[in-house]
Design a protein around this ligand. Structure first.
Ligand code: NAD
Length: 505
């Protein structure tokens, strides 16, 4: 499969369709355990493309037994294998080799994500795959740059505070960024010296299974990264309750996050790290440096990745003096957005993750209209590719804080516009949610930017932009959006234990 940037930049719809036909029969369908394919005895389940309803593959379905085998492989690799004992620079080099191989396979992996998830292949290639390679590269480069502490104690003692790898990590991730979110767990865990069992979403296991193969090809010792496919209530639960898993790193819904806390309480009190949902506010003040850009970014933010973003700016809080101007611009953008085949490079918004997602989003829209919000754009499914799961970019205004539209995470392309008159009101509206993942703020006043940013109870605050950043900054939530942080050096805290060694001199 040709894979250089130039070829891809000029790839036509026809080229991607042809590549898909070549790729589908070769998609990986077996678990990846201890460096080898394992079919297991749990039967198979179909992975259906939301692009057109086609069954892409029948994938091995992990039951408790398969999860046990994967955890045992990770345990052996941690307890007896070389990985945790390697010089950090050598672990780093292995991660850099994974990054390089990911880049070689970039088109194939991007296409796998687009087919199983429904997002535009150009975004899978340009955003998700770039993030995947960058994440492995960043943690590979970081691996040997860390130092421990020797606190100042009295003259009679030497104290050392060292970080040690926590052990076996279970990583359970969702379908909206199947590779990026896996990498945000796997790369820092491996850099820290842990071994991993990754369980992707049952909707999007194919790219993660492919990543498991790439990691083995890059020379990870067997058992360091294992990937099992299976559903949440069986495979996810088995990982969550497993006595040999030391750390459980989860990204997904708050409801399932709660379950992992229970699994840990009922088993071995493993550390549980949660990256959960959001209902993020995006505040537009009348002195925004550029209202047109604020509106364009608000639209881009809510419709990017079909709205299937934990950080989606799903509540647009706009000052009443500029509310109509901003809302009209967002509505115009929603109506103009090209929704269509994920394999067409002209597509700006692809398919939702499946028929069940379309039904769930439709239900939110129905209840929103019933509650009295005004539908300004979209509002229902679209026919694009026969059998596919397409939904129109949707905008409601006249939303009030009590409405479900303002409170519940929709995880689809639905924007709720609320208005305010004072800064106090804006901050109260912004914080009036059980979530606290992210927030946006548009103002030209430096002092307002800082004071409001300080008052927003969110893990990330974007000022005069949205969804920007790189691997240097932590990512995660306040309140019911989770605990701990992915990305940055802080992510290593999730996969290491602090040890104090006190030596009397
Ligand atoms: P989900 O919680 O339904 O599933 C996530 C993972 O948990 C999947 O692998 C699934 O198989 C597994 N799972 C489901 N039920 C389980 C159970 N009973 N026991 C154990 N495991 C189980 O979430 P989803 O629908 O895949 O993803 C959407 C959610 O993820 C949204 O709430 C979104 O906000 C959140 N999300 C958060 C972030 C973040 O970084 N904060 C990023 C992306 C998505």
């Amino acid at each position: 499969m040709p894979d250089d940037d130039d070829t891809l930049a000029t790839s036509s719809h026809h080229d991607w369709l042809r590549r898909a036909e070549e790729l589908i029969p070769a998609l990986p369908v077996a678990h990846r355990v201890a460096g080898a394919d394992q079919d297991g005895s749990g039967g198979t389940f179909p992975v259906v493309s939301p692009r057109d309803g086609r069954t892409l593959a029948l994938v091995a379905d992990a039951g408790e037994k398969e999860v046990d085998l994967a955890v045992a492989a990770a345990r052996r690799a941690f307890d007896d294998g070389p990985w945790p004992r390697l010089a950090p620079a050598d672990r780093g080099r292995a991660l850099l080799r994974i990054a390089a191989l990911v880049e070689e396979r970039r088109a194939e992996l991007a296409l796998t994500v687009a087919l199983e998830n429904g997002k535009p292949v150009t975004e899978a290639y340009g955003i998700e795959l770039r993030a995947l390679a960058n994440t492995f590269r960043w943690y590979g480069q970081l691996a040997d740059k860390l130092t421990d502490e020797a606190p100042h104690t009295g003259p009679g003692a030497l104290a050392l505070v060292t970080r040690e790898p926590s052990g076996v990590v279970g990583a359970v991730v969702p379908w909206n960024f199947p590779l990026t979110l896996a990498a945000w767990k796997v790369a820092p865990a491996l850099a820290a010296g842990c071994t991993v069992v990754l369980k992707p979403s049952e909707l999007t296991p194919l790219s993660a299974l492919a990543l498991g193969r790439v990691a083995d090809e890059a020379g990870l010792p067997p058992g360091v990264l294992n990937v099992v496919a299976g559903d949440g209530p069986t495979a996810g639960r088995a990982l969550g309750r497993h006595p040999d898993v030391d750390v459980l790193a989860f990204t997904g819904s708050a409801a399932v996050g709660r379950r992992f806390l229970r699994y840990a309480a009922d088993s071995n009190l493993k550390r549980v790290w949660l990256e959960l949902g959001g209902k993020s506010p995006n505040i537009v003040l009348p002195d925004a440096p550029d209202l047109a850009s604020a509106a364009a970014t608000a639209a881009w933010g809510i419709f990017f990745n079909q709205g299937e973003m934990c950080t989606a700016p799903s509540r647009l809080l706009v000052h009443s003096a500029v509310a109509e101007e901003v809302t009209a611009a967002v509505v115009e953008r929603a109506a103009a957005l090209r929704v269509g085949d994920p394999l067409d490079p002209a597509t700006e918004m692809g398919a939702l993750a499946g028929a069940a997602r379309v039904a769930a989003v439709e239900e939110h829209v129905r209840r929103g209209a019933e509650a009295g919000a005004r539908l300004r754009a979209g509002g229902g499914p679209l026919d694009r590719v026969p059998g596919g799961s397409y939904f129109a970019p949707t905008v409601f205004d006249r939303v009030t804080p009590a409405m479900a539209l303002a409170r519940e995470e929709i995880f689809g392309p639905v924007l709720s516009v609320l208005t305010f008159d004072t800064l106090e009101e804006a901050v109260a509206l912004a914080n009036g949610t059980e979530y606290g993942l992210a927030a946006g703020l548009w103002t030209a006043d430096l002092s307002v930017a800082h004071t409001v940013a300080r008052r927003l109870r969110a893990g990330t605050v974007w000022v005069n932009c949205y969804e920007e950043g790189d691997l240097t900054v932590p990512f995660g939530g306040y309140k019911q959006s989770g605990n701990g942080r992915d990305k940055s050096a802080h992510a290593l805290e999730k996969y290491t234990e602090l040890k104090t060694t006190w030596i009397r001199l």
